[in-house]
Ligand binder design. Structure first.
Ligand code: SF4
Length: 450
């Protein structure tokens, strides 16, 4: 493998994570209400009988702000906010039900946040039961939720399991107490262990841990300690994300000294250390930033070539219609993206007016659709058809450079990412990105490649 240090120096620049294409800053032609309804109806026809539909629910409240946070959150300790929010989600779901000519078949349901476990188990049950009353649930539906180890109770775990949730994802980030103080996120190994063993005793089949590398004052030793504890607790999946430093978008990140942030090669070494430990413990690297044990369905879908990537990262399923409910949620009909209002008050207002609370979106052109598929192929399978005819002059120069740096190769008219290129997968995907030439937008909107 070519030495990575000089490549990281060369390619470490702002670059998208490609959870969508086009990436959000480049969305332009938003759908109006009628256009959005038409995209949803078409996607429902193609999706529902064949593969069902997916639902993502954004539950934005958190009791305190983790300073590294990149999510859309509302910080409050007032739990009276739960009930009106649940009612708004039901109303938004009703707007979709009005468009469907048969009962939706839910094949994926994910609760994200914010902190879904901010809500009481009763409120979550009320919401999920409402969805179920108006839908069918596909056999082997994939239902999961994000949980904060510090406020996940037996009632949460038991209630959601009874409703059909078999997976949960715990936000760990780092076990080092000093790092936890800097990022204002406190949870002990014992707390996490307790939630894991409760979940296992109830019957949860797959547990995911979210970890982050590149946090303030993280060192090789602190990452080693965190990963050691993670391996001991043996979650089936691990997301080991690169910290995205975007303080111009997330002012909470200004709460620590930027000089304490590992960057470039130093940051990459943190990932390499964690990756090696995880692989030695039997985890397989999935695409980018994700790991899974060989008995986990995410690994199987990589093996079978059915891996997909969406706004939540890698998933083993893909439905043409994904409905995002709640403030800031993104829906995807494959031909169109739509993001909901980002401010809670605006979201409520639009829902009260009985309209889809679209803040912005993008209707994909034929060129977007082609590039979207090629980038998905690179992200999920590390190879894609070579479509030389769509490369502009900048992309051709990039491709040549990446070939001479042994990051990509052309084999049988396929563009393939080499082992060296996997470390800079986002950069390799950018060969097919027609929008990145807008350097001003790119510099201001994306985190660094490493
Ligand atoms: S990281 Fe999670 S728990 Fe922390 S503020 Fe952000 S959404 Fe809330």
């Amino acid at each position: 493998m070519k030495a990575l240090a000089p490549l990281i120096r060369k390619y470490n620049k702002p670059i998208p994570r490609y959870t969508s294409y086009p990436t959000v800053p480049f969305w332009s032609n938003s759908p109006n209400q009628e256009q959005w309804k038409s995209h949803v109806k078409n996607a429902f026809k193609k999706s529902n009988d064949k593969e069902g539909i997916s639902i993502y629910v954004h539950l934005p409240f958190c009791e305190s702000l983790c300073t590294y946070c990149g999510c859309n959150t509302r910080i409050t300790v007032n739990h009276k906010v739960e009930s009106p929010y649940i009612e708004a989600l039901k109303k938004e779901f009703n707007l979709y039900l009005e468009l469907f000519d048969s009962k939706p078949i839910i094949s994926e349901l994910h609760l994200g946040g914010g902190t879904p476990t901010f809500f009481s188990a009763d409120h979550l049950e009320d919401l999920i039961s409402y969805f179920f009353e108006h839908s069918e649930i596909s056999e082997n539906a994939n239902m999961s939720f994000e949980a904060h180890p510090a406020n996940t109770t037996y009632e949460h775990l038991e209630t959601l399991y009874r409703l059909g949730f078999k997976r949960l994802s715990l936000g760990i980030q780092d076990f080092d107490p000093h790092v936890q103080t800097l990022i204002n996120r406190h949870q002990t190994v014992e707390q996490v262990e307790q939630v894991v063993s409760l979940a296992r005793s109830i019957g949860y089949e797959s547990i995911n841990f979210d970890l982050i590398y590149g946090l303030p004052d993280q060192t090789i030793d602190s990452v080693k300690h965190t990963v050691y504890e993670v391996i001991r607790l043996k979650p089936e999946r691990i997301a080991f994300y690169s910290y995205a430093h975007v303080p111009w978008l997330k002012p909470g990140q200004r709460k620590y000294d930027e000089s304490n942030l590992p960057s470039g090669n130093e940051k990459f070494k943190l990932y390499e250390e964690g990756r090696e430990m995880l692989e030695q413990a039997g985890y397989h690297e999935i695409g980018m930033d994700h790991f899974a044990l060989s008995n986990d369905s995410l690994f199987n879908s990589m093996y079978k070539g059915t891996l997909h990537r969406n706004f939540m990262g890698y998933t083993e399923r893909h439905t043409q219609l994904m409905i995002g409910l709640g403030v800031s949620s993104i829906s995807d009909t494959y031909t169109c993206f739509a993001q909901n209002e980002k401010k809670l008050e605006d979201y409520y207002k639009r829902i009260d007016e009985n309209e889809f609370p679209i803040f912005k979106g993008h209707q994909l052109s034929d060129d977007d659709l082609l590039r979207r598929q090629l980038i998905l192929d690179l992200m999920c399978r590390q190879k894609a058809e070579l479509k030389a005819e769509i490369l502009n002059s900048g992309s051709i120069v990039l491709l040549d450079e990446m070939m001479s740096d042994n990051m990509v190769a052309i084999i049988d008219n396929q563009l393939e990412i080499t082992n060296t290129g996997k470390a800079l997968l986002r950069n390799c995907c950018s060969i097919y990105d027609a929008y990145l030439a807008d350097e001003v937008k790119s510099t201001n909107m994306f985190s660094m490649a490493v």
